[in-house]
Design a protein around this ligand. Sequence first.
Ligand SMILES: O=P(O)(O)OC[C@H]1O[C@](O)(CO)[C@@H](O)[C@@H]1O
Length: 447
Amino acid sequence: MLQVDFANLDASRIGPDQGVEWTRELEAAAPRLEAARDALWERAGDPAAMLGWVHLPEATDVLRSVQRFVLAQEGVRDVLVLGIGGSALGAKALDAALGGAGARLHFVDNVEPEPVAALLDRLDPAATLVNVISKSGTTAETMAAFLIALDWLRRALGPRWKDRVVVTTDPERGVLRPYAERHGLASFEIPPDVGGRFSVFSPVGLLPLALAGVDVAGLLAGARMAGALARADAGGNLPAQTALAQYLAWRKGQRISVLMPYSSRLALLPSWFVQLHAESLGKAYDRSGSRVHVGPTPLPAVGATDQHAQVQLFREGPFDKLVVFVRHREADRDLILPAEEGLEELGYLFGKSLFQLLRAEAAATAHALAEARRPNYTIVLEQIDAYHLGWLLQHLMWQTAFLGELFDVNAFDQPGVELGKRYTYALLGRPGYEELAAELARAGVEP
Ligand SMILES: O=P(O)(O)OC[C@H]1O[C@](O)(CO)[C@@H](O)[C@@H]1O
């Protein structure tokens, strides 16, 4: 089960200035949410709408081909995953939560030379598979890492380098697809109508996660639950409901959306969520072309760790945050705290378990925020496993799609990141970028 407790949003708990009358607001918004749902499902059939991610959990043929490929990878102990943004963050978050039974994943999602060099020094090329992932097949950071990895493999393996590369990219766009074909490299497709930040349940995430021994079929089964709920009327449509909560918070001036799982295993989940919300909802124009400059600012936090860092700000700082907790009901393992002579002051802990403490801290923090009139809600997972995380990630993707409808923005493009990329090309002397290079020179910008 995945459930959401909205009680700490309610004006009856946190007062009318920060809170909302949740039941009434949900009832009032039901026609709008259901219209958004109908519009999204209708557009899901149109490849130009970039809603192909909606169908990924049903793609059992892709799942089977990923699983077949993984079975054939003899002697692979490590996987070098080259990708950035949506081509890395989902698998990175899920590997941190669920990996460990298979190959070790190493993500190269930055171009700082020292860590890349140190990683390659540690790995044995003969036991490493390089999975280069890029939807566009052109991203400079990923292509640079690929050039380095190719050279590293070739030096060690000679012509056998080809057995150690698998390419995940768009069927048509970019330089990776023709390169894979030219060299007969193994490859997987990112469907053209699936954008990077919505691609975790395509081979972008499924392949590295299956190599890491994660139950990828379980992920997809959970993701299907989120899709089923996204078809429901507003009263049972959890993604529409959390989208509404986020939207109402924005309208009340709570412009920062904190995601705070109470779990170190989920510590990287907020980084994935940050890209999902920031690129999807941070927009200058609405769909009719009016300037709007909208978008909640996503902020990562981790419980209980951040109780000793950010919670001070959340409780006493500006009234500009909505905090979303993620908790789980059951621990896979637990540790009992033994009694210790000389530490009797800690008697309240003796005989309790670490998980009991974690749960108490989560409940206490949510209430402490509510007590200070800080809106928050809690997503409760039965446990941290593939099924529930598949559900949670697809839920958050659906939430984002609903928010796109509520803000009336295109949640599936990211025009704001382009100019920085083009300036980078200009600074590196890429042909075709001479005018931008001249503009940068006039402004005194140097690499
Ligand atoms: O998968 P690609 O095309 O290499 O893109 C990587 C990332 O770069 C962006 O285009 C811009 O940050 C993201 O939307 C995307 O996830």
